[in-house]
Design a protein around this ligand. Sequence first.
Ligand code: ZN
Ligand code: ZN
Ligand code: ZN
Ligand code: ZN
Ligand code: ZN
Ligand code: ZN
Length: 386
Amino acid sequence: LPPVHMLFSASHPDGVGTAACVDVGSQLGNPSCSIPSHPPTREEDFQFILCERCRKESPNLKLLTCLHTFCLDCLSENKPVGQCPSCRTPILQANGIPDMDNLLFTNLQARLGIYKKLSESGGPSCSRCQGEVAAVWCSECEEFLCTKCFQDHQWFFKKRNHEAKKVEELRADSAHQFLEDTKKSCNLFCSNPIHANQGHISSIYCRTCRKALCCSCALLDTHHAFCDISSETQRRQEELGTISQELKQKRGGLEATYAGLQDEAARLERAQREMRELIQQRVEELGGLIRREEEELVGLVEAGQEQGRRELARELERVEGMLRRMEAGERLVEKMKLYATEQEVMDMQPFIKDSLEELQQMQPPVARDQTQPEDLTECRRRLQAL
Ligand SMILES: [Zn+2]
Ligand SMILES: [Zn+2]
Ligand SMILES: [Zn+2]
Ligand SMILES: [Zn+2]
Ligand SMILES: [Zn+2]
Ligand SMILES: [Zn+2]
C-alpha cells in the first residue's frame, strides 16, 4: 500500500481555513493493535464529568447558578424543588430545571467515550462501513474511518478543513493528551443568526457585538472593534482565573469563619454534655440521699410500730385481766349467795368486799386516741420536706 499524503486545501469558503497536513503513513492498512504505552487513565481523574448526585453519565447535565452540575433525572426528582441539592442555592426556573447545559462536561463525556473506543483491544472499527478497522479519526465528522472511507471523505470534504488524526497515534496518547489534542481541533462556528447551523468557521471576535463571527459577517459588521477569537477566549479564561484567584483569598477568610463556627458548635456541644453530666451526677447524689432518707424513715416507722405493738399488747393484757377478775368476782358472789353458811359469810365477806371495791377503783383504760403517733407525724413531715 503506497503512503497516503493528504494536503488539505486552504480553500475554506470564508478563506480562513488553515492548511493541515495528515500523513496517514505507510502502515495505514495495518493499524497497530498493541497495548498503548501510556499509563492507564485513572477512573477518578474524570469523575468530575458525572452528575454530582447519582454519579452517572448523562447527555443532559444542567449547570446551576451555583455552578453545581446535576443530570436532568436527578433535578426532576429533586426535593425540595427549586434549590440546589448540594448547596441550597435557589433555582430560579419555576419547574426547578435550570436552562444552562453543562456543555463542557457533556462534550467531555462524548470525547472520553471516543477515547474509550480507541483504547479497546483491536481498536475501533469504521463508523461508516462498520466492518473495517478504523485508520483515522475525523474530529469534525466525529467519525472513525477506514482507509477506503477516509479516501471518500477526503474527496467529499476536499473544500473543507477537516482535520483527521491517525488512530494509531491517538491510541498512544494518554486520556489527557487525547483531550488536549481534540480540544485544539474543535472549531468554533459563526454565531450570526443568518449563519446558524451552517458550519461557518469563526476566527474573529467582535468586541462590540460580543460575538464570534465568520469573515464574511465581520466584513459586513463595519466600524466595530475586532480581535482574534483565540485572544478573546484567552482573555475570558484569564478573566475567570483572576476572579477565581480573588475568590481563593476570600475562601481563606470563609474557611476561618467556618472553622470558628465549628469551634463554636463544638464548644456548645461540650457545654451541653458537661451540663448533662452535671445533672446526672446531681440526680445520682440526690438518689443516694433519698435512699438513705428512705432507710431512716422506714427504720423509724418500724421502730414506732414495734413500740406501739408492745404498748397495745400490755393494755390488752391488763383489760383481759380485769375482765377475768370481774368474771371471777361475779361467780364467787353468786356462789356465796346460793351456798354460803353464816360462818362462811362472816369469815370471807370482808375479803371479797375489799377485792370487789379494788376492782371498782380500777380505771378502765381510756379509749385509744385516734391521733397519729408522734413518730408517724415526724415521718410525714420529713416526707413533705423531701
Ligand atoms: Zn444524576
Ligand atoms: Zn449548588
Ligand atoms: Zn469504512
Ligand atoms: Zn470529516
Ligand atoms: Zn459587531
Ligand atoms: Zn457568519
